[in-house]
Design a binder for this molecule. Sequence first.
Ligand code: ZN
Length: 382
Amino acid sequence: MADGDPSALDDPVALARTLVRIDSVTPDKGEAIDQVAAWLGELGAHLWHIEEAGARVPNLIARLGRGGPRLAFAGHTDVVPPGDPGLWSHPPFSGAIADGKLFGRGACDMKGGLACAIAAAARAEIPGEVWFYVTGDEEGPARHGTAAIVRWLAAHGLGFDGCIVAEPTSGAAVGDTLKVGRRGSLNARLTVTGSQGHTAFPHQADNPVHRLAAIVHELATAPLDAGTARFEPSTLQVSSFDVGNPATNVIPAQARAALNLRFNTEHTAASLEGWLGAVAERHAPGRARVEIVDVSDAFLADAPAFQRCVADAVATTLARSPQASTSGGTSDARFLKDLGPVVELGTVGHSLHRIDEWVGLAELAELTRVFTAVIESFREPA
Ligand SMILES: [Zn+2]
């Protein structure tokens, strides 16, 4: 690439800006991921387009180099909806640059991080192989996104020696945080069936609201655990309590609640389901139903050698020492960890999913330097 060429593949700002200008509200219809494929193709990558039958979710696997240790970068091209564009200072898909910031939906989460990985691959001397796993559905149901990539890699006997998920996981400055695991998340619906009756004759009815209130009170106040060395204590929040009874003189027949739990490695989906069921049964014997809507287990990536390699790259390029963290929501690292050592490192997560989402041009420059150093120093972990 010529110096000063605005489309230079080693310029993360130009790459990020081009991606932000593509409206790829989840799932990516293909345009943003095709742009990534075109760039990686230009760098000489071998490309695989993965789309599971009937899913309409585009995914891309790319390999640069042939032979040697495999370093992978994972990311997504889809973005959450911008909300009311009128609330934005710069139109959400304009890619406006002002005050040292690139504005737009996806600038922070995570077209910026993806652009840095591509620019780093363009700059670096690659000692082995650099792989890209890019999905068009991380922000949506994500059933045929990175999960499909992992299924494809496993079916072809392929894995990696280290994988960086370039989500915006830094705290105040690029590289100050290295995500080495994530809490799990469980959504459940709780239904208590009573028997309807007149509020003046409660002995002839069974009030499900009272029973559900007792269940919810116990669930919300009982501590789940005291936390672990690597994780904060688990939490439960009641996100909805629904009776929908317009009558003032009727004891309703049913009451429902919705719960979200964020949990650490002291629990599994099965142990939590058992606990919810036992509490519900105690307050509403034979009348309560617990339904697990969705769940992702907590995990801690056991990858000390790879974490050290990435932390060393941060230290040599930015003179910062990253803190290992497991906070925040779930990410696609939960699928990738089954194939090899994984860490999450990206730009600062100041504005993800918000109006006027932005990424600092300096953040893009810093992250690209870190990624370049990781690629050039990457050796097969012992
Ligand atoms: Zn993201």
